[in-house]
Design a protein around this ligand. Structure first.
Ligand code: PMP
Length: 391
């Protein structure tokens, strides 16, 4: 029997074997010609994935939180008004980071399971001049997706820059940075980008780079300061050696491998795969008499699903039984309701087979714990959905 566990949490995810092999190569110098080429290629490939031909990409060792920190440190100055549009835990994190840099932050929080209306956002933008607003494209704590496109339109109307936390969306959800007018779209390597944890990735618009250049005060953070990183990114793109902080060489090699896999699949095809698998999975959960956290499927993410445990059934026991079946899922994250729901990641190289394995294990766990449903109904629903979508 294979002792392999299937990692179905919303990051880190299951990685492609080629990406893991790339991680294991003999580490080269960060100024070796082959690595300069790899770094330069990775920056260029990011523009394709972000759909941002004009953007300035950054690849820095760190996590998604560093990417958020970098956006805040470089674009916000003490006293700047910033609007945080929150649909869960990670919206609040953005507020905490912005507060660290002395921003005058207003947070608009959606009701649990819902999104904020454009009307409420516009009302707030009318009250005062906001320098920036932040959006969590997919909040991993709630599995809710926010459409950044109409919000970016509003932001443009009110002369506000748009910063998107795309940690749980980039390379898994539809995103067109330049077309939609998003100023910063940031992510981390361990999610739909498909590389083990350790890289902070950002794409910054020309407008946001100008906002940064026009700062009146120095960036109050040494590691995050784009003054240190911009020359490095430029040098790698020009295929020239450079140094500020030693890059995570093996992770960058893995990044190039993964970005090539993503671009070979094609962005449109990749996004459609995520949408079709997520839709089929949600239908299957509903067939198992389970309720998802987002109140409508229209605002349910395609990269993960947050699901309530059935009433009267011990959630920890479900997770434990899934784990005994070698399927690893995540518990809740929102502090107020943490123990009432669980999360399943389905992003990156996720396949129908992975989700069939999840549903099989989930059905067995629910059946053993006495949840009323028709055994096989979730699997059957998933199969029917697949047959309808050619996955
Ligand atoms: N934003 C979102 C939406 C996330 O899902 C995460 C990680 N789960 C983060 C930010 C923070 O990323 P990291 O854990 O890599 O710092």
């Amino acid at each position: 029997m294979k002792a392999r566990k299937l990692l179905m949490i919303p990051g880190p995810i299951e990685f492609e074997p080629a990406v893991l092999q790339a991680m294991g190569m003999a580490t080269t110098s960060h100024v070796a010609p082959n690595f300069i080429e790899t770094f330069g290629n990775s920056l260029e490939l990011m523009r394709t994935v972000w759909k941002s031909p004009k953007g300035q990409p950054f690849i820095v060792a760190g996590t998604g939180t560093l990417a958020m920190d970098m956006a805040a440190a470089n674009l916000i100055e003490r006293g700047d008004n910033v609007l945080v549009i929150s649909s869960g835990y990670f919206g609040k994190r953005f507020k905490d980071i912005l507060d660290c840099y002395g921003a005058n932050t207003t947070i608009l929080e959606a009701h649990l399971g819902e999104n904020l209306s454009l009307k409420i956002i516009e009302q707030e933008l009318k009250i005062k001049q906001y320098k920036a607003l932040t959006i969590t494209h997919v909040d991993t704590s709630t599995g809710i997706i926010v459409d950044p496109k109409p919000i970016a339109k509003l932001a443009k109307k009110y002369n506000t820059i748009t910063i998107v936390d795309g940690v749980c969306s980039v390379a898994g959800e539809e995103l067109q940075q330049d077309e939609w007018g998003l100023d910063v779209v940031l992510t981390a390597s361990q999610k739909a980008i498909g590389v083990p944890p350790g890289l902070a990735l950002l794409m910054v618009s020309e407008k946001a780079m100008q906002v940064w250049k026009n700062r009146k005060t120095p960036v109050p953070n040494y590691y995050a300061d784009w003054n240190n990183w911009l020359p490095i990114m430029r040098a790698y793109e020009e295929r020239k050696p450079s140094y500020f902080g030693t890059p995570a060489v093996n992770l960058v090699v893995a990044l190039e491998t993964s970005l090539k896999i993503i671009c070979n699949e094609g962005m449109d095809k990749r996004i459609l795969r995520h949408q079709q698998l997520a839709k089929a999975f949600r239908a299957s959960l509903s067939a198992l008499n389970l309720t998802i956290l987002p109140k409508t499927t229209a605002i349910a993410a395609n990269t993960l699903t947050a699901v309530y445990y059935p009433e009267g059934i011990d959630g920890a026991a479900i997770n434990a039984k899934m784990s005994e079946s070698d399927v690893i899922i995540a518990g809740g994250l929102l502090p107020a309701i943490k123990a009432t729901y669980f999360r399943i990641g389905h992003m990156g190289s996720v396949s129908a087979n992975d989700l069939l394995a999840v549903l099989g294990a989930l059905e067995r766990a629910l059946s053993q714990l006495g949840h009323p449903f028709e055994l096989g109904k979730g699997l059957q629903t998933f199969q029917m959905e697949l047959l309808n979508t050619n996955q």
